[in-house]
Design a protein around this ligand. Structure first.
Ligand code: SAM
Length: 225
């Protein structure tokens, strides 16, 4: 899909990291001992998408454990500036055996000469949206907090943003609320539909806030062989 898109100026994404993609396959999650863990088939940690980003600045969630692979791919793609941003989780899961809990998620910023991040600090605090607690929770197992995507996007002035792994569309909602153009790619039909609905709602909301009415969303589906 990425090679088919018109010009974009930033990739802001939360791709498959290759860390296992585990989630509990039942409601009740952690409190339900019967819920087994499921490995997402798509969580291969492949980095082909980076090459397809055409050298534009990238802000990507990426775990420390797989940082060498990302840095190797970044160098191969010609990126020579790196900054780290961090999402600090307000309610990280406790770990067994007194181990250190995973309370921050790194967001790697890649760019080239002239690339700049703007505004505030390099960290943002937020909670991952949860069903039965947060009104904006979609049920997507890896939905990122809107606040974090808005904060990350605000660090750049890119007019057109792509998310090659948009999931429930959080990056797209942040983009249209900020008046940026957005291109999103998602392989699962149910998440794609969820994202389109959220983005359309955000566009309607955005048109109440700004005088110029946002363009109507255009959705393109490609039939894969
Ligand atoms: C970590 S989730 C992104 C969640 C998103 N940030 C949100 O807030 O909802 C990654 C998404 O990438 C999708 N995905 C995985 N492999 C893909 C591929 N090759 N092409 C497009 N989407 C893919 C998965 O279906 C999943 O929804």
């Amino acid at each position: 899909m990425l090679p088919l898109l018109p010009q974009f100026d930033l990739a802001l994404t939360d791709p498959p990291y290759g860390t296992g993609g585990w989630r509990r396959d039942a409601t009740g999650a952690g409190s339900n001992p019967a819920a087994k863990l499921v490995r997402e088939q798509w969580d291969d940690g492949a980095l082909e998408w980076l090459r397809l980003c055409r050298g534009v600045p990238v802000l990507t969630f990426w775990p420390a454990a797989h940082m060498p692979a990302l840095m190797g791919a970044a160098v191969a793609c010609g990126y020579d500036k790196v900054r780290m941003l961090y999402m600090r989780k307000l309610d990280p899961k406790p770990q067994v055996g007194g181990r250190v809990s995973w309370a921050v998620e790194p967001i790697v910023a890649l760019g080239n000469e002239g690339f700049q991040l703007y505004g505030g600090t390099d960290w943002c605090e937020a909670s991952t949206p949860r069903l039965n607690r947060d009104a904006d929770a979609t049920g997507h197992p890896y939905q990122k907090p809107l606040q974090v995507m808005q904060w990350a996007l605000d660090k750049t002035k890119a007019p057109a943003v792509v998310d090659p792994y948009m999931g429930s569309g959080t990056t797209g909602v942040a983009a249209v609320l900020a008046g940026r153009q957005f291109f999103g790619v998602e392989q699962e039909r149910r998440y794609f539909d969820m994202a389109c609905e959220r983005i359309a709602r955000a566009q309607a909301q955005g048109s109440l806030l700004v005088e110029v009415k946002a363009a109507a969303p255009q959705q393109t589906m490609l039939e894969l062989p």
